[in-house]
Design a protein around this ligand. Structure first.
Ligand SMILES: [Mg+2]
Length: 363
């Protein structure tokens, strides 16, 4: 399928249906083993240092429901559909036994990168966070913020792991001019595997991609923040906004729906986590293992960003990859230790019930 904006993508096959009616387990059954865990993080992400997740247990295994705090019932219903698939339906057959996984380097001063990369062990690819903004009310730190710091971070990663592919993730933090300048200079440091969401918006990506082509800068563009709901991937492809898309199982409503969505775009996909616990990571691994093409390592090594995880040992890549042949089972002691306070248990049960109502209504 062409990504030429003048040539509309072919109509997508109907997506696998969301669970509703008889396919929807009773709410009481979903809630029977529901436990909210709060996993502490090593570094601040999305403005928090604790990641809460509601874990469920179905006949096929454990499942995770962890829509981000600001998401309402409609959006969260897709995350619940993914959890129901994981626990009550099971995943499609894999076409590979292992999936390659990248390491992630947050916006740190360059000299702090070596010990962090050691925790990941050997990896085929490293994602480097760039375009970090100072916390509100604080002054920028030149070792962390700004294009010079970004260049230094990328150069340090390439120095430490010269054979690893290096990709950057700006989380939509650059404007067009800054992105163009940064990518121009980064391309001299190392040929980037791709640049993930350098600027906001589908149109912004399309414009930047055109500008890079005009300057013969060969850095591929990946859309991440522009892919949040299930209609977004096709819109990205139709606008010619990206060379590849970053997909997460929970927001796309499960492994089968994500597979169908990726195939409809005709673009390659990088499977990423939504900062899931090891339980949710397994869903990402199932998707990556089922994709017909998987040319890039996946962003599924994020359990390393937690100081503790419900699964012991946590699902951290071994030799740069995760196995798709087994599913993680939470450890009883770790579940008890990481159990969130009663307020959070109540709040998440309400969120699940709200998402459930959306599915039950067939929306
Ligand atoms: Mg990203």
């Amino acid at each position: 399928m062409s990504a030429d904006p003048a040539e509309p993508a072919e109509p997508a096959q109907p997506l696998p249906p969301l669970p509703t009616g008889a396919d929807l387990p009773p709410l009481e059954e979903l809630l029977e083993h529901a436990t909210v865990v709060a996993q502490p993080m090593r570094t601040r992400f999305r403005g928090t240092t604790v990641r809460e997740a509601l874990l469920l247990r179905g006949p096929h295994g454990w499942a995770e429901f962890s829509p981000f705090p600001e998401y309402g019932a409609q959006e969260s219903s897709r995350w619940l559909a993914a959890a129901i698939e994981a626990g009550w339906q099971g995943w499609p057959e894999p076409v590979r036994t292992h999936v390659p996984v990248n390491a992630t380097v947050p916006a740190l001063p360059a000299e702090q990168i070596a010990p962090l990369l050691e925790r990941f062990g050997p990896v085929p690819a490293v994602k480097v966070k760039v375009a970090e903004q100072p916390a509100p009310g604080t002054a920028p730190d030149p070792r962390v913020h700004g294009v010079e710091a970004d260049l230094a971070r990328v150069a340090e990663v390439h120095r430490l792991l010269p054979d690893a592919a290096v990709r950057i993730d700006a989380n939509a933090g650059w404007d067009h001019a800054t992105a163009l300048e940064a990518l121009r200079r980064l391309a001299v440091v190392v040929p980037l595997e791709y640049a993930e969401q350098p600027v906001p918006g589908i149109q912004g990506l399309a414009r930047l991609r055109e500008a890079l082509a005009a300057e013969h800068i060969p850095t591929p563009i990946a859309a991440d923040e522009s892919v949040r709901k299930e209609t977004d991937p096709l819109a990205v492809a139709q606008a010619g906004a990206a060379d590849l898309i970053v997909v997460k199982v929970q927001p796309l409503g499960g492994v089968r729906r994500a597979l169908a969505i990726v195939q409809a775009t005709g673009l390659d996909a990088v499977v990423s986590s939504a900062l899931d616990t090891s339980v949710g990571i397994a869903g990402g691994v199932a998707l990556a293992a089922a994709l017909p093409r998987l040319p890039h390592a996946c962003g599924l090594g994020t359990v390393a960003l937690f100081t503790q995880d419900v699964v012991d040992p946590p699902w951290i890549p071994d030799d740069g990859r995760l196995a798709a042949t087994s599913r993680p089972v939470p450890d009883g002691e770790a579940m008890a230790r990481l159990r969130a306070p009663e307020e959070a248990q109540r709040r998440w049960r309400e969120r699940l019930a709200g998402a459930y109502q959306v599915l039950a209504a067939g929306e």
